[in-house]
Structure formats: C-alpha cells, structure tokens
Write a protein that binds this ligand. Sequence first.
Ligand SMILES: CC(C)(COP(=O)(O)OP(=O)(O)OC[C@H]1O[C@@H](n2cnc3c(N)ncnc32)[C@H](O)[C@@H]1OP(=O)(O)O)[C@@H](O)C(=O)NCCC(=O)NCCS
Length: 143
Amino acid sequence: MTYPLVVATPAHAAAMALLHNCAFAVRERWGADAIGLQLALPGAFGWIAPAGGMILARVTADEAEILTLAVDPAVQRQGVGRALLGQTLATARQRGADVIYLEVASGNDSARSLYVAAGFVTIGCRQGYYPDGGDALVLRRPL
Ligand SMILES: CC(C)(COP(=O)(O)OP(=O)(O)OC[C@H]1O[C@@H](n2cnc3c(N)ncnc32)[C@H](O)[C@@H]1OP(=O)(O)O)[C@@H](O)C(=O)NCCC(=O)NCCS
C-alpha cells in the first residue's frame, strides 16, 4: 500500500497535534504550540499522511533526528508509519544527513519493530528517561 504524503507546515500544527494526541498516552502528548515550535526550528521538517499519521524530524549538519511519529490507532498496522518513516529517511538524506537517530521507549514493541525493520540498530539506553520512569533506547541508522 502506498500513501500520499504532504509536507508539514506550521499551518498544519493543530491537525498534527490531533493525530499525536490520539496515538500517545496523555502525558506524552504534544500540543499544537509544541509542534509549531518544533517545526520552526532550523533544519526541522515534517510529513503528514492524510490517511492518519504525522512525523517530525530535524537535520543538523550531517546528522538527523526523528522527533516524533504518530499514526491514528484506527489505521495502524496498515503501512502508514512505514511510509512516513521511509519518506523521512529520504528527506534527511536529501538534506545532507548521513546518519539518523531516534529515541524509543524500551517497552514500545510496535515502534521498535518498525524501526528495526527499517534498519535501525540500538546503540544506547537512557535509564528512567520518560515521565513514567521507563527507559529510552537510542537507535541509529546510516543514511
Ligand atoms: C509505532 C507506530 C508509528 C507504527 O505505525 P503503523 O502505521 O501502525 O506501522 P506500519 O503499519 O507501517 O508497520 C510497519 C512495520 O512495523 C512493525 N509493526 C508496526 N506495528 C506493530 C505491532 N503492533 N506489532 C508488531 N510489529 C509492528 C511491523 O514490522 C510492521 O510491518 P508488517 O505490518 O508488515 O509486519 C504506531 O503504532 C503508533 O503511532 N504508535 C503510537 C505512537 C508511537 O509509539 N510512536 C513512536 C514513538 S518512538
């Protein structure tokens, strides 16, 4: 399945926050203000899947970072996350990054499966990183 994707702009911040809010637990949710601020950072970019997903990332010099990724539970496990991630890897490469990093909760099996399938490798662990005390794994993928 292929999904059309749209370049995210600050005008999309409210719609992206709605998507983020339906995918994440309450204390992990980002509001429109936070998303708008992230998108305004130098090197930041995002993609939206009108089918029900969003991703934010940032390129700094030759490194990229995925800031967040969310897919509406109503359309999860249908390839939307894979499409957003693949487009983001391509965009980061086009913008000059040669490596990309992200953080994922150690207990987030679905996201970890997605990232491993996309070629990410765990390179570190930040213990007690999340508000619930959970650990964050640091993943890396060459571009
Ligand atoms: C993680 C998330 C973005 C995945 O999006 P998605 O659109 O459901 O994922 P896809 O359908 O593109 O799945 C691609 C691959 O990822 C893996 N995967 C995704 N969801 C999975 C699940 N629930 N269980 C096991 N593997 C899963 C599989 O390898 C899958 O390929 P397959 O369906 O051919 O087996 C989505 O579950 C989500 O928004 N979760 C809540 C927010 C979140 O955790 N974001 C990531 C924070 S780092």
